[in-house]
Design a binder for this molecule. Sequence first.
Ligand code: SF4
Length: 303
Amino acid sequence: MKEQAARQDRLEFNKLQKRLRRLVGTAIIDYNMIEEGDKVMVCLSGGKDSYTMLDILLSLQKTAPIDFEVIAVNMDQKQPGFPEHVLPEYLTALGVPFHIIERDTYSIVKEIVPEGKTTCGLCSRLRRGTLYDFAAEIGATKVALGHHRDDIIETLFLNMFYGGKLKAMPPKLLADDKRNIVIRPLAYCSEADIIEFASLKGFPIIPCNLCGSQENLQRQVIKDMLHTWEKQHPGRTETIFSAIKNVSPSQLADSSLFNFVDLLADKNAIARTDTDTCSTIEPFVSKPSIVQFLDAGDILESV
Ligand code: SF4
């Protein structure tokens, strides 16, 4: 009985690992994240996401048709209680080359940010700056961050609700310093899968909030909203992520992305049926003529 349960657990774990490998591999190919000869600096915070990213990248490295290097880098920001032995011990046992950068950004953040305000914004900026400098110093050609699909979607809504911008977190980008290409190999992976994988692997997790800071309250609001949606409409998170990959600038209102000003009618075009009036919602509406009598709210409700 016990043996059967253990076999079942192993099967489940293998399925999960396979799924994560496939999703990471697909994201790498879709965005050309890793190329022959790359030196990939994997930023390791000690959280579930970065441990998972490192684990999957190392496993893909063994079977990939290209050669690339993986170097793990952690930044010890000198938060009180940071268990500095954990990562070096883990990485040594794994046999992966690594660096620990020591920078007391904790004191800087405490000095600058007023008491009671969230410190994460400044803390992450300082961390990012140091990591990017280090990547240039060691000649890393890619900087890998552990953000996953749910982080990307939350950022989309945060920017929309609180910043008035339609932007998320790209799977690959040229960093602001213009010296580094940042990649997010977990871009297609759900947080739920990562939580499960991290727990089954028993990674020695180091909590980020040792500093006593609270997670950004606005992000928590968005997280709760997305969880409620997902519960009420299973699959909605995936659909939102598909939308991020499937953008129609001509159906939005940003004139820097689409030239609305010079839009001209083609007088020679053959007269078309009114199905064209609703081409953007075609996949969801089978009787286009009815759509003319609905407002956008009705259409969205019906999706
Ligand atoms: S929780 Fe603390 S260590 Fe983590 S990002 Fe926020 S301020 Fe930095």
